[in-house]
Design a protein around this ligand. Structure first.
Ligand code: FAD
Length: 460
């Protein structure tokens, strides 16, 4: 594995400029974020080689650009309808992997899915993973994503050893926690606004096998959830819970898991997928169908064996087996709401949030609750902070949904909480500024030629 420290080059390489009549970006109406609620035309290009990036960033037709990954962000942080998107998924090569030390460097468009297929058979895993493996390395860094092991491992950024950044002035900068530390902390969780991440080097975690020993613990109330979550710290590497947001009572199913040494080290297979072929009709998801699903889900889990061995793909990525599952929300799409409530405020704020959601009758069945640990996130704009995080989807019913979210915002603000930009498409600018107090420090590191619909909304 090559050493990456002090590889700083500021050579201008954005030339040659494209010929005047050559269009580098094409117009597309089908480029959507995961929530599918916002439908705006995007200019888009998908380079295959790193030397194509310079001309794309330098294209004067569009004054600003935004690098994107697999667009698993739900709202407008991965869209730039005023500028042009540089889709990084064609830059997906593995550059170096040392199976002895677990250091891996890959181009930023490589997905966690591809990386896991290469490393799991060698007994390695990414140090933290979100609830889908269909995210790119660049996207995981730019949102400083968190996983079910946040209470022990912190965020994805904690495992980043180095990253290669291309700025719009042509500078190629290698940023690590020690070299260019401010640019590193701006880029981790920096929403793609500091430049294009070309490659990322990460420290992997050793695993004894590809299975987890999973304990399933139904709970009847939020108090019971916090008590089992506290009991699990130090006992379980991974924890997460599903919560029933229809009844508003706070019942749910907690799972905690540790890696298991039995069962082998075979990686997952992405070929045997089922897919949602078309958008579901709008009436398919209503209060009654969601309530029925929740009842069934809760009952099934109270009857299930309390302990199971599950392959990592089942435990970490239950939704990934159904391709395009976001189409079940129909043509109007959905909006996700993910907040974090700091410790000390949770016992007032979480019941209030659940009551408001239950009263609205708008909750879907996809609702997750989890506690964050106190390992500081490296990024200036990282979302995780010590407390309880609640994330749930709402079928998009325009003003009705937005008005509910506004009411939820009041509770989150009152509690000193924050919303997750990766899941957001509508948080008010003042709420962002209040809950991400380092946003002005961050703005000094923003590349003037990078922008997003999200940033325009919250920074102006
Ligand atoms: C089913 C599901 C479960 C999820 N679970 C979790 C979870 O448990 N925890 C969590 O934290 N998140 C979770 N997410 C959100 C997801 O992990 C993040 O939105 C992630 O950043 C998406 O990565 P992506 O490659 O799709 O990036 P995109 O969504 O395409 O982009 C995300 C951001 O990264 C920037 N970006 C992407 N590539 C580059 C690059 N090469 N250079 C510079 N900037 C770049 C974009 O500009 C954008 O700001 C989940 C999403 C889904 C759909």
């Amino acid at each position: 594995m090559t050493e990456t420290r002090s590889l700083v080059s500021r050579s201008a390489d954005l030339s040659p400029a494209p010929a005047a009549d050559e269009k580098l970006f094409i117009q597309r109406r089908d480029i959507l974020a995961w929530g599918r609620a916002e439908r705006r035309t995007q200019r888009w290009a998908r380079p295959r080689f790193r030397d194509e990036l310079g001309p794309l960033l330098g294209d004067p037709t569009w004054p600003h650009k935004l690098a994107t990954g697999l667009r698993r962000s739900y709202g407008d942080s991965c869209l730039d309808s005023d500028g042009a998107l540089v889709d990084m998924t064609g830059l997906d090569r593995l550059i170096a992997f040392d199976p002895l030390t677990g250091r891996l460097r890959a181009e930023a468009g490589a997905s966690l899915s591809e990386i896991l297929q290469r490393i799991v058979p060698h007994g390695w895993f990414v140090a933290t993973t979100p609830g889908t493996r269909f995210v790119t390395l660049g996207g995981a860094v730019a949102n400083d994503v968190h996983g079910k092991n946040h209470h022990g491992a912190g965020t994805f950024g904690a495992s980043v050893l180095a990253l290669g950044l291309l700025r719009s002035d042509g500078g190629r900068i290698v940023a690590t926690p020690d070299d260019e530390p401010d640019l590193f902390r701006a880029t981790v969780g920096g929403l793609g606004l500091t430049g294009v991440i070309e490659w990322v080097e990460i420290a992997l975690s050793r695993i004894p096998g590809a299975f987890l020993d999973v304990e399933i613990l139904p709970f009847e109330s939020l108090d019971a959830f916090w008590s089992v979550a506290a009991d699990s710290v130090g006992k379980a590497e991974h924890t997460v819970a599903w919560i029933d947001c229809v009844t508003g009572r706070g019942r749910g199913v907690f799972t905690r898991a540790n890696w298991d040494a039995t069962g082998g080290v075979a990686a997952h297979d992405d070929r045997s997928f089922r897919s949602v072929p078309v958008e579901f009709p709008g009436f398919a998801l209503n209060r009654m169908s969601v309530a029925a699903f929740n009842e069934l889900y809760y009952r099934l889990h109270t009857m299930k064996a309390a302990r199971q061995r599950q392959p990592y793909s089942t435990y970490f990525y239950p939704l990934d087996s159904l391709r395009n599952w976001n189409r079940i929300y129909g043509a109007r799409g959905m909006r996700q709401y993910q907040c974090v409530i700091p410790w000390g405020e949770e016992r007032a704020a979480l019941p209030a949030l659940l009551a408001e959601i239950s009263r609205s009758g708008q909750a879907s069945f996809l609702a997750v609750i989890k506690t964050f640990g106190d390992k500081p996130s490296p990024g200036m704009l990282s979302f995780p902070r010590p407390g309880t995080t609640l994330a749930l989807d709402f079928p998009n019913r325009d003003d009705v949904t937005l008005s509910l979210m506004g009411r939820l915002d009041s509770i989150v603000r009152e509690a000193g909480g924050a919303l997750y930009p990766a899941k957001d498409g509508r948080m008010p600018a003042d709420m962002f500024r209040l809950s991400f107090p380092r946003w002005q420090d961050f703005a000094r590191w923003k590349d003037p030629a990078m922008n997003s619909d999200f940033w325009r909304r919250v920074s102006q």
